[in-house]
Write a protein that binds this ligand. Structure first.
Ligand code: ZN
Length: 342
């Protein structure tokens, strides 16, 4: 079968790999759609991010969906032909954090397409993926392309669970890549009264408006766009920071009200934070890392049509054009979510 393998920065190859045999409780999924995530793009553009580097060839990909092609004799959860989204989160269910109910913090996580551990965890950009049946979530209506967005949508649902209730809230989303855009869709579903989104490129902001943003501002063209929200110590209840950019974080903190909540969802480098403002405005600041139990909810929201993520999909390429797909995914003016079609 064909797979998409990263060897080093700008060295992405389509390679043949052997099929794995099915073990007990396992299924073979014929992958149909695979979304390119920011982390896949970092491996392609820079050979990694932070201290995480590609040290051996690794199949990329963790936003995947397809159809069940074969099941082990003991599997009852899915049947051959089912269309499924595959949860790439594989915690050990035995470490102290798993036993605390925090599987996203698992000490032995085997998340697809991750160069954090050595040997690396091979990913899901392959024609056939052998996985546990428990990773598969069946859908009846949504396409494989839509279902492949269940993974980034789960990341966002987890981030919003860290924020607490958004009912009636004025929410600021800084950074409108795929994650920021998905936050807009999820915040609307969570009952936010008003959703303000910022970016430094116009094109993603147009997509954010179709997903439910009330106001969309290009803060490169209009640096004072958020100024009215700074009145009376701040008018924003909850800020979801999706850019990983210090300037965006600082600008947002100016408009978050006292006792407001800030969720840092974007990964940047180290940022300095104006701690005097944190003290004086009594902010609650929290991080958000991966997800686990949100995945079935993401699948059901997508499959039922209660959220429509189709405006996010801006490109789909056959596997043999993987390099072109990754080049396109790096262009923020024309790409929101780019997928491989298998
Ligand atoms: Zn664990």
């Amino acid at each position: 079968m064909r797979t998409v393998v990263i060897h080093a920065a700008k060295d992405l190859r389509v390679e043949e790999r052997d099929l794995e045999p099915l073990g007990p409780g396992q299924v073979a999924v014929r992958i149909r759609a695979g979304g390119i995530c920011g982390s896949d793009l970092h491996y392609y553009q820079h050979g990694g991010f932070g201290t995480v580097r590609v040290r051996e060839p690794m199949i990329l990909g963790h936003e995947i969906a397809g159809e069940v092609a074969e099941i082990a004799p003991d599997v009852t959860r899915v049947k051959v032909g089912d269309r499924v989204a595959v949860n790439p989160s594989r915690p050990c269910h035995a470490c102290r954090f798993c036993l605390m109910g925090l599987p996203n913090q698992c000490l032995n996580m085997r998340f697809y397409g991750s160069a954090m551990p050595m040997p690396h965890i091979q990913g899901g950009f392959r024609e056939i993926l052998v996985c546990d049946a428990t990773q598969c979530f069946t859908a009846s209506r949504a396409s494989a392309a839509e279902l492949a967005m269940a993974e980034p949508f789960s990341v966002v649902l987890h981030g919003l669970s860290r924020a607490g209730s958004l009912l009636g809230a004025r929410v600021l989303v800084t950074g409108c890549g795929p994650i920021g855009a998905l936050v807009v869709a999820a915040a609307r579903f969570h009952g936010a009264a008003e959703i303000i989104v910022t970016d430094i490129v116009d094109e993603p902001l147009v997509i954010a408006k179709t997903l439910g943003a009330t106001h969309a501002f290009n803060t490169a063209k209009n640096p004072e766009a958020l100024a009215p929200y700074a009145a009376e110590k701040g008018q924003v209840d909850v800020m979801i920071e999706c850019s990983g950019n210090e300037r965006a974080l600082r600008a947002g903190m100016e408009v978050v009200r006292p006792r407001g909540t800030i969720v840092q969802l974007g990964l940047g480098g180290d940022m300095s934070v104006p701690q005097n403002m944190v003290v004086a405005k009594e902010f609650l600041i929290t991080g958000s890392f991966r997800f686990h139990e949100e995945f079935p909810l993401a699948v059901s929201l997508i499959d039922s049509g209660r959220v429509d993520l189709s405006p996010l999909l801006t490109g789909s390429y056959p596997i043999e054009e993987a390099v072109a797909a990754f080049e396109h995914a790096g262009d923020r003016k024309t790409a929101m979510k780019v997928q491989l079609a298998f």
